[in-house]
Ligand binder design. Structure first.
Ligand code: SF4
Ligand code: SF4
Length: 332
């Protein structure tokens, strides 16, 4: 009997939701377990990094890596698994586009450490202690990974063969992707394993989306009574559907919440945030500058709204910030 293909799962800067997505395959996970030999999956099995280092190069058929790259250890593991794998799959928005952790690119790493260790209201740190890269105690040396300056998507660190979108990918998306990859008929390298059309195309409310949208203000789901049938964008809620890849079965819209864009852009869209911005900006009712500003001010967090999952892979990538010298970590 031929050997089963070897498969690995790994997580980097991740919330664990993408690991849950594997478990959410439910009974289909038994088919996966029967079809493959899982050789590395730290969240579920007791394999160590040295086990991967001992494997022959390209001996793993496919590695599914979720989470963004934020630390030196994550970068090292991404490079190691790239070397050991024939196919590397960026799984979930964080790995695909930088994800929600990528919003940290609005701050410097120094500002993040300062907030977490010195300034947040719940922090008590009179010694102003910070994590050390290396520490020796009683002749035992400990080393911590470096905290990198920015959050990166997986393909900003190593070559990636395929992408499974979503935060997290739905069980159906994940199952279809597995079937595609294990079926032997691989799609073109670089493919995102979900339909290459906008979410509006598969949305149950698409018939109520007007040809021409007009906005006098934007509303928030938390303080709006939302009609359960009508297109959410038509109701003045920022729905990312026109700029977002389909494949999630419009689960958020079916739950009466706007799409937040986790499947990323289609292949024809270079910058998902810019795409929805151009759709929205051209549909503001007023043509008077002050009034346009007032309408746009009803979107309180533009970067978190338009680039929630993709800031590191967007044209913007990160924010350039001048540090305030007197409050730097160096002065601690
Ligand atoms: S893509 Fe979403 S579910 Fe997956 S690790 Fe990132 S934040 Fe969590
Ligand atoms: S904008 Fe949103 S609610 Fe409207 S059709 Fe598109 S996905 Fe559906």
């Amino acid at each position: 009997m031929p050997d089963k293909p070897k498969v690995a799962f790994y997580w980097c800067a991740s919330c664990g939701g993408c690991e849950e997505a594997v478990v959410d395959l439910a009974e289909a996970i038994l088919d996966v377990a029967a079809a493959v030999d899982i050789v590395f999956w730290p969240v579920a099995t007791d394999f160590k990094r040295k086990d991967v280092e001992a494997m022959a190069d390209r001996s793993i058929a496919a590695t599914f890596l979720n989470g963004a790259i934020r630390t030196s250890e994550q970068e090292e593991m991404a490079r190691l698994l790239r070397c050991k794998s024939q196919v590397l799959v960026a799984t979930g928005s964080c790995s695909h586009l930088g994800g929600i952790p990528g919003l940290a690119n609005l701050c410097t790493s120094e500002a993040i450490l300062r907030e977490v260790y010195f300034e947040s209201p719940s922090t008590t740190n009179p010694e102003r202690t910070l994590p050390e890269r290396e520490h020796t105690h009683n002749d035992h040396a400990v080393e911590l990974p470096a905290f990198c300056e920015t959050v990166r998507s997986l393909d900003q660190v190593v070559d990636v063969d395929f992408y499974i979108p979503g935060c997290p990918p739905t069980p159906r998306t994940f199952r279809n992707a597995l079937q595609t990859l294990l079926g032997g008929q691989l799609p073109p390298r670089g493919s995102v394993l979900a339909p290459d059309r906008a979410l509006c195309d598969e949305c149950p409310r698409k018939s109520s989306k007007p040809e021409k949208l007009t906005f006098a203000q934007f509303k928030r789901p938390t303080n709006t009574l939302i009609d359960e049938q009508q297109c959410l964008l038509a109701q003045g809620l920022v729905c990312m559907g026109p700029a977002t890849r389909a494949g999630c079965e419009a689960l958020c819209v079916q739950g009466n919440m706007p799409c937040t864009g986790c499947y990323g852009p289609t292949s024809r869209v270079r910058d998902q945030g810019a795409k929805i911005l151009s759709c929205i900006a051209s549909s503001i009712e007023s043509k008077e500058a002050t009034e346009i500003d007032q309408v746009l001010a009803t979107i309180p967090d533009p970067v978190g709204t338009f680039y929630r999952y993709g800031l590191p892979k967007s044209l913007l990538r990160k924010r350039r910030i001048q540090e305030v010298p007197h409050s730097s970590l160096a002065g601690r």
